[in-house]
Ligand binder design. Structure first.
Ligand code: SF4
Length: 380
């Protein structure tokens, strides 16, 4: 049974007010304490913490190095379908968009995966819009089984599934799951998700927990930054992560920081977040979640990605295409969002090395599975 709820915490409006009323003295107290308690997260997300950003960034850097070393794991998204039954007002895959739709055949998925494997990737994320009809669980299982010999880490970012379905995919070789709540603020969530199965806030909120119950090794969470009050969302996100980490200690929970970009729609981010605010969110969450992998997206431009690298990130996407068939197929489909950092993979790897990072392509092997995850076999 899933149990995470926002009820123990202040409601969004009251929380926003509390964050805005934090004093410099409270920020200093939290920094002195290490920033690891809930009240610290609230304070370090506040405007009062902004003048301390350089100090916070240096400490986040040191903390990340202490926990992870100077490593950066690379992964690539593989878009398998842009069919979607939802109506998220901010997204290029929104069902109201009349552009060409496409779901890759198993053979096409294999071709795309082969391209990524040649680039060196051993960690991929299969991404689709949310359409059970076009991307059934059996199709996902077939993709995973086919790609398993090439990739020790295969994760999915598709529609939310039932626990039993995640278990079935885990048995096929699924490593992890990524699901963004988009925003934790219920009124905003309802406004931006007017139709389709995604309208159900609670079902989505429980998705990371269902994945962990199925024994998935890694589950990624996040909010769509720019959709709602990022300070409030970051606080609730931190609470959700802490809850999951305590309850499902066999699963690694990670964070991504996707910032809303225009995707060929008239939609503008309602609560835009600037670069300094993005950094503040990342470093405040790093103090609160020192052991969580943080992923850096190719949505961010090259120069900013370079500056963000040392601030708490441990993995990043590279060479990404957000169209099904984008890795060299003749007629790729509609893109979900525009990729800002379009540098080729070897260039990104070389830059990481130049900045003193060790580039990691693989840090897991399926042979380890039986050692750590009895839930995957229906136990625990
Ligand atoms: S965000 Fe996801 S669910 Fe919403 S329209 Fe885009 S692909 Fe579909």
């Amino acid at each position: 049974m899933c149990q995470f709820s926002l009820e123990p915490f202040p409601a969004p409006a009251a929380l926003a007010e509390e964050i805005m009323s934090v004093s410099a003295q409270e920020v200093e107290e939290s920094l002195a304490r290490g920033g690891n308690e809930a009240r610290d997260l609230l304070r370090l997300l506040s405007p009062a913490a902004a003048p301390y950003l350089e100090t916070m960034a240096q400490r986040a850097h040191a903390l990340t190095q202490q926990r992870f070393g100077r490593v950066m794991k690379l992964y690539a998204p593989l878009y398998i379908s842009n069919e979607c039954t939802n109506s998220c007002v901010y997204c290029g895959f929104n069902r109201k968009q009349k552009s060409a739709r496409r779901t890759l055949s198993l053979e096409e998925v294999w071709q795309q995966a082969g391209y990524l494997a040649q680039q060196g990737f051993r960690n991929i994320l299969l991404v689709s819009g949310e359409s059970r009809q076009h991307v059934p669980v059996e199709y996902l299982a077939a993709c995973i089984r086919r790609l398993k010999p090439l990739f020790p880490e295969i994760s999915i970012e598709v529609y939310p599934l039932e626990t039993e379905e995640y278990r079935l995919l885990h048995q096929a070789g699924l490593f992890g799951l990524t699901v963004y709540q988009e925003t934790y603020i219920p009124a905003d969530y309802a406004r931006f998700h007017p139709a389709g199965r995604k309208r159900c806030y609670a079902y989505r909120l429980d998705t990371p927990e269902r994945g962990a119950q199925a024994g998935l090794r890694q589950v990624g969470l996040g909010v769509l930054i720019g959709l709602a009050d990022f300070r409030v969302d970051a606080f609730y996100l931190g609470m959700h992560m802490r809850y999951l980490e305590k309850k499902y200690w066999r699963t690694v929970f990670g964070l991504s920081f996707p910032r809303l970009r225009q995707a060929g729609l008239a939609f503008q981010p309602p609560r835009p977040v600037n670069d300094r605010e993005l950094v503040q969110m990342v470093v405040a969450l790093r103090f609160f979640l020192p052991d969580a992998p943080f992923a850096l997206s190719t949505r961010e431009p090259e120069a900013l990605r370079t500056n963000l690298l040392p601030l708490g990130f441990t993995l990043m996407s590279a060479g990404s295409r957000t169209t099904p068939g984008g890795y060299g197929l003749a007629k790729p489909g509609l893109a979900q969002f525009h990729v800002e950092d379009e540098r080729p993979v070897p260039m990104i790897a070389a830059e990481l090395i130049q900045h003193g990072f060790e580039v990691v392509w693989k840090d897991w092997d399926a042979d380890f599975d039986h050692c750590v995850s009895p839930r995957a076999r229906g136990g625990g």
